[in-house]
Design a protein around this ligand. Structure first.
Ligand code: NAD
Length: 335
């Protein structure tokens, strides 16, 4: 008998629904939606489906993965890039095929990063606080100009390259560090050979590298001690790249002049929740959030119409490809 392909999609937000409906209409495939996250408790809802599509900051537990295979599902497609919240060894051991969306809109993250830098340079947080009290004087919040900055870009992949183009458009001097050099940026002579050189020259540092054991806490007290006094640090990559206590000490000592954090070490405690008046049990967050020269955003750099459409369409295409062929263009290697 002909088997009609069926997919189960977890963690669905309302803003994704129009793009999902459009894809369903074009592909004539049944996609069951739930706003629940993919956990050991919810995975059984996918029984009878051919594949699962998911997106969440919460870790995908090994027990959930185990259960997935017990109910006969081996196709898992993530709607985002990062696979740091899933145990790839377990994925390989269980024979699960995993895909991601490697690129959905690098421009979204790059534009957000530059926006945050502009806000820090123009001290908008302080102005907003003053204006809310109907204090419309401009002094003493004198600002800095982006065209006067030396921006050190760490990681020149998809997002880093977009960010570089935008920074250059503003007339900033850009220097870059990456383990692998992009030929076009190399031709422009942007690369420095060591992180120490970048720390020594940059007045702004922006992170666009993945989180690996080797990059965890790369911005620590030792790194910060090498930076220019007053440096601004931007992180829209991964929270654990920065040792938050070292960042706080750097801000206290004036080595760091400001920071914009779209990601944080323990963000799962705070981001994507409506906490109302609840006490926040995250001392570093509370400390950083209270500062005039620190901007925190809840992992929203990616969140644009273009990015969401691509995350939905590419992940559904990936899942369909897995179900139909047993492999996919965006298959994650678990070697
Ligand atoms: P990418 O893979 O295109 O680029 C990453 C770059 O980092 C590569 O050029 C690589 O050579 C370089 N790199 C890796 N390890 C390095 C190291 N130890 N030292 C120096 N360079 C190193 O990735 P991308 O699409 O540009 O994304 C970058 C990061 O942004 C992602 O890993 C992810 O953590 C983060 N991200 C955040 C959001 C958000 O909403 N805030 C959204 C998407 C991605």
């Amino acid at each position: 008998m002909y088997h009609q392909m069926k997919m189960m999609m977890y963690g669905v937000r309302d803003d994704e629904r129009p793009f999902i409906e459009q894809w369903q209409e074009q592909n004539h495939i049944d996609v069951q939606l739930t706003d629940q996250l993919l956990t050991e408790e919810t995975v059984d809802q996918a029984r009878g489906y051919d594949g699962i599509v998911a997106f969440q900051q919460l870790s995908y537990s090994n027990r959930m993965l185990q259960r997935m295979t017990e109910i006969g599902i081996y196709n898992l497609s993530l709607r985002n890039v990062g696979v740091d919240n899933i145990d790839l060894k377990q994925v390989a051991k269980l024979g699960i095929k995993l895909t991601n969306v490697p690129v959905y809109s690098p421009e979204a993250i790059a534009e957000f990063t530059v926006t945050q830098l502009m806000q820090l340079l123009r001290r908008t947080k302080e102005y907003t606080q003053k204006f809310e009290k109907h204090d419309f004087r401009w002094a003493p919040q004198i600002s800095k100009e982006l065209n006067q900055q030396t921006v050190g870009v760490i990681g020149t992949g998809h997002i880093g390259q977009c960010a570089i183009r935008i920074f250059q458009g503003f007339g900033a001097k850009v220097i870059a560090y990456d383990k692998f050099h992009n030929p076009e940026l190399e031709r422009q002579g942007l690369y420095v050979d060591t992180l120490d050189e970048l720390y020594c020259q940059a007045t702004v540092i922006t992170l666009h590298i993945p989180l690996f054991p080797s990059t965890q806490h790369m911005i620590d007290a030792t790194a910060i001690a090498k930076m220019n006094p007053g440096v601004i640090i931007l992180n829209a990559a991964r929270g654990q790249l920065i040792d938050e206590q070292a960042l706080i000490d750097g801000l206290d000592r004036g080595i760091i002049g400001g920071a914009a954090l779209d990601v944080m070490e323990d963000e799962i405690k705070v981001f994507n929740r409506n906490l109302g008046d609840q006490k926040i049990d995250y001392p570093e967050f509370n400390n950083l959030f209270s500062r005039d020269n620190v901007l925190i955003s809840p992992h929203t750099a990616f969140y644009t119409d273009v990015a969401v459409r691509n995350m939905v369409e590419v992940s559904l295409n990936n899942n369909r490809q897995l179900i139909e062929t047993g492999t996919a263009d965006n298959l994650i290697s678990t070697d």
